[in-house]
Ligand binder design. Structure first.
Ligand code: ADP
Ligand code: MG
Length: 356
């Protein structure tokens, strides 16, 4: 959740008379180049969402986008008793028929679980529950409790045939790592369909942009400092892309032992990830890929994440270590600049050939 538009930028995209925190419906104005600007903010998928679109039809397109996001949340929430994910989780091993949209999401999530060698593990939910991350009543489970729960974790055991999903009894699914990115792609599709060629979708930690700003310049996104919720390490200039960040500093709790426990679980141990990475930001064409990868590369750690990037290469990334070093892949090195206060930060450009 550490990718946001810098405050200064935010002000630019929002007209003076509109106070962002008070937006419930659309808000229109005329942008710099005479292009109409529309903005809407609401709460969905556990996050504050802010959508900005430029051009004719922006208002109805944003309304459609918001409605769609609420619809997908109602399908995919693990806690909503009416959702399709809830139906699968409480099926007691019986086959459940799901909608086309849920089927597509599941197909994608399961293919990424395979591709990342189970770092992305959609069946980790029972372990997440044991740590209390869904209720906020956090606790540190005992080792043997985790080992028992891990016996019900393993995406290979779920069967998906067409729209029919069968999950063995005791297992549970959670789309938390990918749902928002997948939704971002659907919203981009809705806006493009409506003829929008310039838009900024801020889904708290997932930012997706259509085209460039109306004046033709690239969008400038602030890269949040994982060690301090205020302030930005630097600025990334992008067009037509998704930028997704995962880290353990946004959702975490401090245990009785004084240690910090984050909400991203290493499926090989059942414990929150602790591997020297503070955050992973992925820049990709699609939000679903960015979201799946930001979570799984964070779990893999720096060396495996670099190896994964060298092997697959259809994205770029910025890794920030607990020691405050920054690793950026060569594809976006020129698009990133450090903020004034971080000029001394150790920056490494990761290239394709420098195998380790
Ligand atoms: P955020 O939701 O904060 O933007 P992520 O996209 O990284 O961050 O997703 C984190 C969420 O993914 C957790 O809150 C949890 O619901 C789920 N999760 C945690 N560990 C895993 C894992 N190993 N595989 C898949 N999902 C996970
Ligand atoms: Mg993710």
């Amino acid at each position: 959740m550490n990718m946001d538009t810098p405050k200064m930028n935010m002000k630019k995209t929002v007209l003076g008379i509109c106070i962002p925190a008070l937006f419930l419906a659309g808000c229109a104005g005329i942008g710099k180049m005479g292009t109409k600007e529309f903005q809407t903010s609401f709460f969905a998928m556990d996050t504050y969402i802010s959508l900005t679109a430029y051009g004719e039809n922006g208002d109805t397109a944003l309304e459609d986008a918001q409605r769609k996001m609420e619809e997908l949340e109602a399908l995919w929430s693990a806690t909503d008793e009416n959702s399709e994910i809830y139906a699968i989780n409480s099926s007691g091993g019986k086959t459940v028929t799901v909608s086309e949209e849920t089927k597509d999401l599941l197909d994608f999530v399961f293919s990424m679980a395979d591709k990342t060698d189970g770092a992305l593990e959609p069946t980790i939910y029972p372990v997440l529950l044991a740590w209390g991350f869904t209720t906020g009543e956090n606790r540190i489970p005992k080792e043997d409790e985790l080992q028992t729960l891990l016996q019900d974790v393993g995406h290979e055991r779920i069967q998906i045939e067409g729209n029919e999903v069968t999950l063995p009894e005791g297992m549970m699914l959670d789309m938390g790592a990918v749902g928002k990115g997948y939704t971002g792609d659907v919203l981009v599709g809705i806006l493009k369909e409506a003829g929008i060629t310039s838009a900024l979708l801020d889904l708290g930690g997932n930012v997706q942009v259509i085209g460039t700003k109306p004046d033709g310049s690239r969008w400038r996104l602030g890269l949040r400092n994982p060690f301090d919720t205020e302030g930005y390490l630097g600025v990334l200039e992008i067009a037509d892309a998704a930028v997704v960040t995962s880290g353990s500093y946004e959702r975490y709790f401090i245990g009785e032992d004084g240690k910090r426990y984050g909400h991203i679980i290493d499926p090989s141990t059942g414990y929150p990830v602790e591997n020297g990475l503070a955050s992973v930001t992925v820049v990709a064409k699609e939000g679903k890929l960015g979201d799946a990868l930001s979570t799984s590369l964070f779990i893999m750690g720096r060396e495996k994440a670099e190896a994964y990037w060298r092997e697959h290469g259809d994205f770029d990334m910025i890794l920030i270590t607990d020691e405050g070093k920054l690793y950026i892949t060569e594809g976006i090195a020129d698009a990133f600049s450090l903020s004034g206060g971080f000029g001394n930060m150790e920056v490494h450009v990761v290239g394709k050939d420098q195998g380790e």
